[in-house]
Structures are given as C-alpha cells and as structure tokens.
Design a protein around this ligand. Structure first.
Ligand SMILES: [Zn+2]
Length: 410
C-alpha cells in the first residue's frame, strides 16, 4: 500500500537533486511504498497513492541518526551529576558505579532500560541509533549487553575497552588479552562495530598501542572500527582512527592541525591511508573518517566545546550524536544536540541538521538512512513547526509531532 504525505510546508531531503544544502522542497509531498521513499517533490505534481495524509503545513525532516549512545546499563548516577554541578571536577571515575550495577542487573532490567531509552529517542525523532557495550567489562556482561542491544538496533558496538576495570588495575596487559581474546569472541556475533576509549591522559582509558591492538583484533574478527578519541586532551585517537580506516572518531574536542589534516585527508581519493602490514585492517577506500561531535557531553560536564567550524572549514564531514550515557551526559535528545551545535559551536542550522541526519549515517556507513532520496528507508520526523530552523530557534520545546519508521507511523 502506497501512502502520500502531502501539504508538507518544508521538506528536508538531503537530496542534492532538490538543490544544495539540505535539498529543501517547500509545499512538498512524499510518496512512501513498501517502507521506502518512492517519490519526493512539489505537492502539486505528486503522483496518486492508495492513501493520502495531510500534514497541515508542518516540516518533515529525515529521522535523526544518533550514531553514538550507551543506552543499555543499570544504576543511577544523578548524585554524581549533582556533585559535579556544585563544584567537583569531572574525572570519569564514576563509571565503576555503572559497571557494578550493570553486572548485578538481570537481562530484564537491562532490556527494560534500553527499550525505554530507544522509545524516548524515537519520540524525539531519532529513527536510527547506535548502542555500545562497555559497562560489563567481563565476558558474560559484555556479551549479554550486546545481545540485548541487538534486539533494539542493528548498529551495535563492542566497547569492552571502555575503561580498565578495577580488578585489572594492576594487570592492564591481562585485561587487553581478555578484550582482544575471549571477550571479543563472545561479543563479535552480536556486534557490527569495535570501539575503544583512546585517551592516554585518562589513567583508566587506553593508550595508542593498546588502542591499536584492540581495533586490529576487532577488524580481524570482522568488525568495523570506530574510536572514542581526543575527548580530554590532544592525543593519538584521531590519527589512529584514520590509520585503521575507522568510520568515525567521536568527541574530537582537542585537535591538533595534524589531526584535522588527517581527517580531511581520509576523504581524498588515494589518500594513502595505512592498510597495515597484515592486509586485513585497511580502510574501506570508498569512505573516510567522520568527526562525530557530542556537545551534550561538554554541556553536562561544563567543558569547552569542540571546534566544529575548524573541521567544517577543512572539509571534514561532521556528525552530531547524543553520547547518551549515565555519566558524562544523559540526554537522549537530538533536537537538544542540534540546538547546542548551533548556539554553542556556531554551526548553521543547515549544517547542524545535516550532521544530525546524513552525517550520522556517514558515521555508520549507511546509505539507506539520513536522507529522503528515492529508495531510502521511509524514516521521517514531522516537526510541529514551519521550518527545521525551529529546532535551534525553540530549544527545549517538544517540536516532534510524529515519527514514521520504515514507512509506518509509530
Ligand atoms: Zn561515548
């Protein structure tokens, strides 16, 4: 059954066929068929469909693609947030609280939390979400976290190397062997991605050599790479991400000129990125490394924001994501992230919306989401607003009035 969505005041397609920027069509219509976009254009020239839905002049955008979240966990860290807001510096040490609670929680608790957060995201217009493990840090809990995450999304990421758990504080090599050996074997069947928190400045995170070992082990197991890097200080994360052909390096709060050059260079044809001597870890030559910015973390930790303008000026594709997690930033809202990107990082409303949709899709190496070109998944977010600019213009206001996923209203 085909559905005509018509009387759309402003339609954002991210389709260059409808013009540069966001491919905006005014007084527009969309035809959805079999869960996919079948047609977009001016309402006056729309083809007939089995059913017509009048959207009353509202704005339609592609569903948000939230390419970075940690939404399967147990426990509560609101007290830590309250302490931080009243003057304690954020050190990241509070993650042990979540690890203990997650290990102790049954599958039903973890599943209920994950389902609730994904529903919350959907209600705010997010139709594709990535979910990481990393609060188990033992074989059984990492594997069941990913098994539950896989029930919620195909975009699951094995992050056993989130931090070194307390019981391995004096045996980092032992934890590395676990993460790259039996824990990887137990988790890989439930994961698409391998990730590591590469941050030599943080004592419980991983240095360059450790991070490279984690990523290369994941690549050998058939996973694709993404990296947490350069969050707390300039470090090796970005360049390592480019070296291994990661789809995205996330945070990018502290960058050197060499980091920006490496990211930009990863998108040049024949950039000569390392393919590794073992031949199994090279980058997908069709894609570079996206810089994913997570400004809700800087907001929630009162930290300086990443320099989005510097990346954009260098031609680096930028994604925006929530990093929804119980410690450093517990917002599930992509509209909030868009508003922060515009207000705090000086991205234009057009740049911010592209980064929250098409940018997120690029960070997940997905070409079926993040845009509304013919053939795309019919994942649409309807805003109770005349234009997408209202996402940043009216921060904190629930503008998402309905969401369509795979061609059905949800
Ligand atoms: Zn994260």
């Amino acid at each position: 059954m085909s559905v005509l969505l018509t009387n759309i005041g402003e339609l954002v397609t991210n389709d260059p066929g409808h013009g540069g920027g966001l491919g905006v069509v005014t007084v527009a219509a969309v035809v959805v068929d079999a869960g996919r976009i079948a047609w977009t254009g001016p309402a006056a020239s729309a083809p007939a469909a089995d059913v017509a839905v009048d959207l009353g002049g509202r704005c339609v955008i592609p569903g948000f693609v939230d390419s970075h979240s940690h939404t399967v966990f147990a426990g509560d860290r609101s007290a830590e947030f309250a302490a931080r807001m009243t003057g304690e510096p954020y050190t990241g040490g509070g993650i042990a609280t979540t690890v203990a609670a997650t290990r102790a929680a049954g599958d039903d608790i973890l599943r209920a939390r994950g389902q609730a957060l994904v529903r919350e995201m959907l209600a705010q217009g997010t139709t594709t979400v990535e979910i990481k493990s990393g609060y188990g840090q033992d074989i059984a809990t990492e594997a069941r976290t990913l098994r539950i995450a896989r029930e919620l999304t195909p975009e699951t990421t094995y992050l056993g190397a989130h931090t070194v758990p307390a019981e391995y504080a004096d045996d980092r090599p032992g934890y590395l062997r676990l993460v790259t050996g039996p824990m990887l074997a137990a988790c890989a069947p439930h994961a698409r991605w391998i990730d590591v928190f590469c941050e030599p400045a943080a004592p419980t995170a991983f240095d360059e050599d450790e991070s490279r070992a984690v990523l290369r082990a994941g690549l050998r197991a058939g996973l694709l790479a993404r990296v947490h890097g350069n969050q707390l200080s300039a470090g090796p994360g970005v360049r390592l991400a480019v070296e291994v052909g990661a789809a995205s390096v996330d945070h990018c709060t502290h960058l050197t000129d060499a980091d920006v050059d490496a990211l930009a260079g990863s998108w040049s044809a024949g950039s000569g990125s390392s393919t590794g001597s073992d031949g199994d870890t090279g980058p997908d030559t069709g894609h570079g490394t996206v810089a994913t910015l997570l400004p809700a973390v800087e907001f929630s930790t009162r930290s300086p924001y990443p320099d989005a303008r510097r990346l954009l000026a260098a031609g680096v594709p930028v994604a925006l994501a929530t990093d929804c997690n119980p410690g450093s930033g517990y917002s599930s809202s992509m509209p909030f992230v868009v508003a922060l990107a515009v207000r705090e990082m000086r991205m234009s409303p057009v740049e911010a919306l592209w980064s929250a949709t098409a940018g997120g899709a690029a960070a997940l190496r997905r070409d079926d989401v993040g845009h509304l070109r013919v053939g795309a998944r019919a994942d649409l977010t309807v805003l109770d607003a005349p234009s997408h600019t209202y996402l940043a213009y009216r921060p904190g206001v629930p503008l998402v009035s309905e969401v369509w996923k795979d061609g059905a209203r949800v």
